[in-house]
Design a protein around this ligand. Sequence first.
Ligand code: CA
Length: 555
Amino acid sequence: MKELTRPALRKGWTRRQFTKILGLSAAAAALPKAVFAQTSPDKPNILFIMADDHCYQAIGAYGSRLAKLNPTPMIDRLAKEGILLENCFCTNSICTPSRACIMTGQHNAVNGVYDLGGKLLPEHQYLAIEMKKAGYQTAVIGKWHLKTDPNFDYYKVLPGQGSYMNPTFKEKGKGRVKMQGHSSDCITDSVLAYLKNRDKTRPFFLKYHFKAPHDMFRNAPRYESYLADVEIPEPESLWDNKNNGSIATRGHKDELLRYIGTSIGRRNLRRNYTKNWAKEPALNDDEAKRQAYQTYLKKFLRCVKGVDDNLKRVIDYLKEEGIYDNTVIMYTGDQGFMLGEHDYQDKRWAYEESMRMPFIVRYPRTIKAGTRTDAIVENVDFAPTMLDFAGVATPKYMQGRSFKSILETGREPRDAKQAAYYHYWMHMAHHDNPAHIAIRTKHYKLIMFYGTSQNRSVPQTPPGWELYDLKRDPYEMNNLYDEPKYKGIIAQLKQQLKELRSKYKEDDPKFAFNKVIDEFWDYDKSDRLKAIEISHVYRKSRDRSRQQQGSYAPG
Ligand code: CA
């Protein structure tokens, strides 16, 4: 049987084509899949690289204000030799839920991982399970953050967030293992050790996950002087946020600015970066904000540099091994990140810098070098796409869809995604962001802040809507929701949003917040009056607790 399979396999036929053409018996067709997986040239290695919170602004190839600092020469080279996605989005901009979407191909209402407390059971780690079934040796190394043990052939992961320096890992078969040095170096050393010792007769599926550049930032000592004398460009919205936001993010007549969304400058009283990096009371507000921003960005970019340099070590190894071109290399972050835009830090927002994920793919056998696409894809689509490269059809239980053909042809199929769906669930947790849902097309973004936690049926922060015309206003500086001429567009977007919520099972009445979404959907005059009242009540309660506690400690 083995002799018979070779010519067909050399031609790269799939198992199904092969059995069909030769008219093989059911018994022959039931040959172990591994026979095919081991030898078939249509199964490339798949290397999925993900850094934590690495946003597109901090990748040179995306051409943002930071590109002139040349923050990521290695990642830029991957983009030059492959394809860069301009419209890749996460469905919930926070570590654990985004990782769960990637592992399951499902939205959070279905995979059950809504927030940082979510767990992904081994039997629900579908991407790894399907890759194993397809004959891949599977491994995950680095930050995992899904609580349970990874269901991979091999793992070496940080427990929880893990440590930047001298990290401890949980390694399969060994338990706790401590390493010396910076986490990006240790994770890369572990990736190289894994690759050197792998079974070279089978393709690998490897998830290579950095902890960096997650806060609280710590770079390896060798980067301490990197960018030290450089003035990091600021976003305009750090200083003037114009008409970004709504009553939901600013309060009625801006009365909640000091309570919503952690800030660079002193705006958010509870948590802002001047408390970390511009503590001198003699600094005025502008000086403190400027100093906090410069320190924030330098710390972040030093961590990014460590990621990029380490990535080069792995790329060099793939070249030496002669498998660089036979490996589908994907680079992404688990979500975006606010680098001072709108005076925000952290992620969680549906605003572009937070919702967009960088995504670059290099695979010269089928993907043209130096290409770009503005097709809309989401993190739930990653698993179907990787499985597609492995020759596996998208399982029915996945909600995402493969975008492999878009990567390979640059063309979108007729039924391509028209919009990305977004839902941030963790109401006012950690970084003071109200819970919200959003829809993002190539032209517009419509956001509804419903302002309550998962099991509450009443809003705690004022509900509000925002509309941005991204073609005219890519930095989301002008909320058009109340502009009469956009009424028709808003109605269409609301209809699309409703349909997506139903399709992704997000409108299930078991989630109490859906009552609030329904109640404030039309946002008529009485809804607006209620929102103003909620804004006042919220401000008063926060003012009261501030007075009782004195000033807040930094979070
Ligand atoms: Ca993250």
